[in-house]
Design a protein. Structure first.
Lengths: 641, 506, 101
């Protein structure tokens, strides 16, 4: 049947042929491990990694055929019907084009490395096979998300990765903090999904279909108001999944999960789903006039700056990385708000490399220091852990935008796009954030890896085992050279993605060099400041002085600017109070009260009436008799006697 | 084989089973259990024959039925038949019954009458779904009430007498109003007094009369659904009923109300339904939010599931009354899905009660460590209940909300917010029961699910996943019937703009 | 030769009155039962009297009905009374008040 359809489509290479296999491999492995994982024990990691590795190979082949097909590579195929009622119909439709091919490579490539890393990292955990089952399941859902041809199937992946995120954050559910964080992540994401779902409804009502191709084709014909509403509702979903203001609060807490999870889900893949979705539906955002895009850009820029400030005050190394992720995601939205969707995707790719690397590096540190995450208790680890230290440095240089590391190119591309689009304020915020980014990353790096050796007591420091190194080194190399995928004139990702997301404006000539230089300088300044404050001999004195100047601000920043408390008192507490009132007072006393009140009334009335019923037969007989006599008398009177 | 009246066999197979049970001495517990299990399984197999013979593309409205004279002087007949709605209700009932028997293993006292009531309940429920004669329908409707009353009252927990009484009185008051409406309708039939549903469909009635009769039917169905504010019998009945009782109460009995609305209230009185729809839609949305908020604060797991049922059934009535085929189909699918997921949740809570003799959330914690399989299945069912895509709950809820958006636009906002609340109460209670360290010593040595419990949960889990991934076999049978009801609903001339258009045409 | 119907009616009235008084004042269930029978027979007598007077058989047919019903009632009633007597060792109707509690 499938063959027939494909044959009918004629000469075009069938990229979608391998797509179901790419999803099925990790999915099958996940089910297998879920059912039989306990029995095969240590093999679980190998099987899981093998499944993802297979999916990676299939992705490379698919990518190759997409490249070979050139400009008109997009191809979709319905594998089976899912929900069909009336005029509304969605199926299991997969779409392979340039954008999904790139995402396939990132998800399966980084995914494979992280799976291999986890073999070493999770070694000895009581639920070892369960971990890999969840991880595989996550990858399967993420692949559904990027391959989906209709928005509802994308939503399946969208919610599915949310579920796996829930399961993996709460993997060590014995810790209350982990269980809390898992629940928080799911519920906050649900709030975003609520908005996303409304966007889907409005799309169905407007376009009549959820097919990406149909939506993007019809987007031009939408009125600006409707397009704005749709775009904002969908973006509302993205703020949940991609941790933007106001729904970012779940991501820092999510660090309670195992570190490979943070690397895979909360840095490289799942959190970028929002960015992917915006790029995928870029014609809708374009159709909204400027309003929706401005919102996207402003939210992105504000989040980037806000999270960067938070990161600068955090001591927990994983949370620094979490805030950094939020901030970098903000960058991506900043670019997309300036029509530069491909720049957003470019940064998504390089970010996946260096942020996954840094999370894995942080994991290696925790692994070596018996789970310690407080950077104040560490120092000088690079000498003890050369592989980890060196690769981590690569990541820091990349994120700080230093030439020629990967981050420089992608950050330059998106800042240049903001400038070219005339969003100078957003550009300035971006540059300031770049400075802060370099500062907090090197604050982390200097405190943990440089200076005199400092470790918690009773810990024997060791560098990573081979499986973990096998993930760190490739990611380190990619962080260094990853920028070439969009090197002007060599390989250009932007050009490759043009058929999907359209052409971006790029500044020409001298101004391009000036902008690039400014971004670089901002990063370099940040590193210099970090060195002055954290590595030089007078560093502790300087820090104390800085603190004494604005103690309130610093304390506020360390308490996350009270955001969690504001949400707690402003939303959670009133909600609980309302529910509690309804459950304990309103429902039993008033709603049920009417019913039981009626019942009680009847009971009281009959209580009074039952006195008549003595239970003695002769009393009843007497009543009979009197009744009979009365009737007799009446009859006699009527007859006239 | 083709001529076999499979549908009637399905209804009366459990009655035959009662005869069988009557010959088994009451001390032989195992014999009673296995015979009941066998009878319900045979019924299920026969109902598979119904499913196989059902033709989704048939032209006539009802299939596989039979029509016999019963009391012709009074226009009463034995008329049965099914369409895409009742088909799935029948399948849901016959599917849940054997699982309910498996959940009744802990019943050891007075087991014989228990199983007899159990089978009587099955016949009553099936009869309601297939009856196409108003008298026959009313008979089965009331007949299903009695066994349930005894199941709660005699084999329940704690305040069982109170709960059973409340259940009985609530539903009886509603039913009596319906009886009055049925009798009135009987005399209004165009071709002389009759109880035949199909003949009554064309009864001409003025809007005022329709409205009164509709409310008579609605009173009965709204109590059963239950629609806020008529829901207060539900938490008590659910909490005090024995496990299998709760399973069937949530799984099938609540569907009687929604089924009645679809089959009788709307087609018989389309103008009144159309006229009152906004109020019912409003009540449904209130129910969704209200049930979810109250569920959040429950301390007893069974009460929590009960209030979540109020919220979920709010979705069902919402879908039924928004007047779009997506909403109606989604509502019907949601009835099936809710039957599965809340049935499974009650089974799980029952299994927990069998082990610890407690349903209080506070008594638990950290169970994911001691009973991982139990925890996994509980999570999966909860996820279906909160509408995770890929599981059965999502398909129904999505279609309902989509249908609502088509006709009621932004009313969908509060309704969709109910989905967020569902995540809150389910995940919060899941966390308190299963996450964290084991705090109560009594929980440390709990045994995980045994083969019998796995046997009763596995079919449900499989079906939940199947419907979530491939609901097509369900939807393509539901849709023609749903379309028919929606057409009747929308053909109504009550809507001002439609009326004026028609007037202009003439 | 025939006695005037009035006498029969007076006799029947007396029998009925005795029956009523008996039911009202006695406490023994069996005795009450017998007084009920007495009342039934009083009515039977009236039926027969009027049937005779009118020259039809309708009244006499009705008497047979009454007799059959009375017989059935005696069977059930005596059964109940003897059961109660077996459990409570008394046939005093005032002590039979299980339903009241």
């Amino acid at each position: 049947m499938n063959d027939l359809v494909l044959a009918a489509e004629g000469a075009s290479a069938d990229h979608t042929a391998l797509a179901p296999l790419i999803i099925a491999l990790p999915l099958a492995s996940a089910f297998f491990l879920m059912l039989f994982g306990k029995r095969i024990d240590r093999l679980a990691g190998v099987i899981a990694s093998g499944a993802i590795g297979g999916a990676f190979l299939a992705s490379i082949i698919t990518f190759g055929s997409v490249v070979a097909a050139g400009h008109e590579a997009a191809e979709s195929h319905r594998f089976f019907d899912w929900i069909t009622v009336g005029d509304f119909s969605v199926g299991f439709d997969l779409l392979v084009d340039q954008l999904s091919a790139v995402m396939l490579l990132v998800v399966t490539g980084v995914g494979t490395l992280i799976h291999v890393y986890s073999i070493g990292y999770m070694h000895g955990d009581a639920r070892y096979s369960r971990f890999f089952a969840y991880l595989n399941l996550f990858v399967a859902f993420m692949l559904i998300l990027v391959l989906a041809e209709n928005l509802l199937l994308l939503f399946v992946g969208w919610e599915g990765v949310g579920l796996c995120s829930y399961l993996l954050i709460g993997f060590w559910f014995e810790k209350p903090s982990a269980a809390d964080a898992a629940k928080k992540a799911f519920i906050v994401n649900r709030v975003g999904d609520f908005s996303f779902l409304l966007g889907i409804f409005l799309l169905v009502a407007t376009v009549g279909s959820l097919s990406m191709v149909a939506i993007n084709a019809e987007a031009g014909a939408m009125s600006a108001g409707v397009a704005t509403a749709i775009a904002l509702l969908l973006f509302g979903g993205a703020t949940g999944k991609s941790a933007q203001i106001p729904l970012y609060v779940w991501l820092p807490d999510a660090m309670a999960g195992p570190t490979p999870v943070s690397a895979l889900i909360h840095a490289a893949t799942m959190v970028t789903a929002g960015v992917y979705m915006v790029a995928r539906l870029s014609p809708v955002f374009e159709a909204s006039g400027e309003v929706a895009l401005l919102v996207v850009g402003v939210v992105g820029a504000a989040t980037a700056l806000w999270a960067a400030v938070m990161a600068s005050f955090e001591y927990d190394i994983k949370k620094v990385l979490a805030y950094s992720t939020i901030s970098q995601l903000g960058y991506m939205f900043l670019a997309q708000g300036a029509h530069a969707y491909s720049a957003g995707i470019f940064h998504l790719v390089t970010h996946a490399f260096f942020k996954a690397l840094m999370f894995l590096g942080a994991g290696a540190v925790m692994h070596a220091l018996a789970g310690e995450v407080d950077m104040r208790k560490m120092g000088g680890l690079r000498k003890a852990m050369p592989i980890t230290g060196t690769t981590f440095l690569m990541g820091c240089l990349a994120i700080s935008g230093i030439i020629p590391f990967a981050g420089f190119f992608s950050k330059d591309a998106l800042l240049a796009a903001a400038w070219a689009d005339g969003r100078y304020v957003l550009w300035a915020v971006g540059v300031l954030t770049a400075f802060l980014t370099a500062f907090y990353m090197f604050r982390l790096y200097f405190r943990v890896f440089e200076g005199p050796l400092k470790v918690p007591e009773g810990v024997h420091v060791h560098d990573v085992p081979p499986t973990m190194a096998a993930a760190l080194i490739p990611l380190g190399i990619l962080s260094v050279v990853g920028g070439v995928i969009n090197l002007p004139g060599v390989l250009t990702l932007e050009h490759f993605l043009e058929p999907v997301v359209g052409e971006a404006q790029v500044p020409e000539g001298a101004i391009a060099w000036v902008l690039g230089g400014l971004a670089f300088v901002a990063g370099a300044l940040g590193i210099a400041l970090a060195r002055a404050v954290y590595l030089s001999r007078a560093s502790s004195l300087r820090r104390r002085k800085a603190y004494s100047r604005a103690p309130g601000l610093v304390d506020a920043a360390r308490d996350k600017f009270y955001i969690d408390r504001i949400y707690g008192y402003g939303i959670v507490a009133p909600g609980k109070a309302l529910s509690s009132y309804l459950a304990n007072v309103f429902d039993p006393r008033y709603v049920d009260g009417i019913v039981t009140g009626t019942g009680r009334l009847v009971a009281r009335a009959s209580e009074n009436l039952r006195g008549i019923q003595t239970g003695y037969v002769r009393n009843y007989a007497l009543v009979f008799l009197s009744g009979a006599v009365v009737i007799l008398v009446i009859q006699l009177v009527r007859v006239g006697l | 084989m083709e001529d076999l009246p499979v549908l009637d066999l399905v209804i009366f197979a459990p009655l035959a089973g009662i005869l069988l049970l009557a010959f088994i001495p009451k001390e032989r517990l195992d014999a009673l259990r296995y015979v009941t299990l066998g009878v319900t399984l045979v019924t299920f197999v026969i109902s598979l024959g119904v499913l196989g013979q059902f033709d989704p593309s048939a032209q006539e409205q009802f299939q596989l039925g039979s029509s016999l004279q019963w009391i012709p002087e009074w226009g009463i007949g034995y008329i049965t038949g099914i369409d895409g709605v009742s088909l799935w209700m029948v399948m849901l009932t016959t599917f849940l019954m054997p699982l309910g028997v498996l959940a009744s293993w802990s019943v050891t006292k007075r087991a014989k009458p228990y199983f007899i009531f159990f089978l009587a309940l099955e016949t009553g429920l099936l009869g309601v779904f297939v009856a196409l004669d108003m008298f026959l329908f009313y008979l089965f409707w009331e007949a299903s009430l009695v066994p349930m009353y005894f199941l709660i009252g005699m084999w329940g927990y704690g305040r069982r007498i109170y709960a059973a009484m409340k259940f009985f009185l609530f539903t009886l008051v509603g039913s009596l109003l319906m009886l009055v409406a049925i009798v009135y309708l009987y005399f209004q039939a165009p071709g002389g007094p009759t109880f035949s549903y199909v003949e009554l469909l064309d009864t001409p009635l003025t809007l005022d009369v329709q409205r009164l009769l509709f409310l008579g039917f609605f009173a009965s169905f709204a109590v059963k659904v239950p629609l806020v504010p008529l829901h207060t019998w539900l938490p008590d009945a659910h909490t005090e009923a024995p496990t299998a009782g709760s399973v069937l109460l949530a799984g099938v009995l609540l569907k009687l109300g929604a089924y009645g609305l679809i089959r009788f209230a709307i087609p018989l009185f389309p103008d009144a339904a159309r006229d009152l729809a906004p109020i019912i839609v409003g009540l449904s949305i209130v129910g969704i939010i209200y049930g979810a908020l109250i569920a959040t604060m429950q301390r007893d797991l069974k009460r929590l599931v009960a209030y979540s049922s109020v919220a979920h059934l709010g979705f069902v009535t919402l879908g039924i009354f928004v007047g779009s085929v997506q909403g109606m189909s989604g509502g019907i699918l949601q009835m099936v899905s809710h039957g599965l997921s809340s049935g499974a949740l009650f089974m799980l809570v029952g299994a927990l009660y069998d082990r610890r003799h407690s349903r209080q959330i506070a008594d638990f914690g950290g169970l994911a460590k001691t009973v991982p399989v139990f925890a996994g299945i509980f999570l999966l069912v909860a996820l279906s209940s909160l509408g995770l895509p890929g599981l059965s709950g999502f398909v129904g809820e999505f279609l309902i909300l989509l249908g609502t958006f088509f006709t009621y636009r932004w009313w969908v906002v509060p309704a969709a917010f109910g989905v967020v609340l569902a995540a809150i109460y389910l995940l919060w209670s899941y966390q308190r029961v299963f996450h964290g360290e084991v705090t109560n010593e009594a929980n440390r040595s709990l045994p995980d699910l045994n083969p019998r419990e796995l046997a009763m949960l596995a079919p449900i889990v499989a079906l939940i996943v199947f419907i979530g991934v491939y609901p097509k076999p369900f939807l393509e049978r539901i849709e023609p019937s749903a379309q028919r009801v929606v057409d009747t609903f929308n053909r109504s001339t009550v809507r001002p703009e439609t009326a004026s258009v028609q007037g202009g045409g003439k | 030769m025939s006695v005037a119907p009035g006498f029969y009616l007076v006799l029947a009235g007396l029998m009925f009155a005795i029956g009523v008084v008996g039911v009202l004042v006695r406490r023994n269930a069996i005795v009450i039962f017998m007084f009920v029978e007495l009342m039934l027979n009083a009515v039977n007598l009236i039926f027969v009297t009027f049937a005779r007077q009118q020259g039809t058989v309708d009244g006499q047919v009705l008497v047979f009905f009454v007799l059959v019903v009375a017989a059935a009632e005696v069977v059930v009633g005596l059964g109940i009374i003897s059961l109660i007597f077996r459990y409570r060792v008394s046939s005093n109707v005032d002590e039979i008040n299980l339903l009241k509690r």
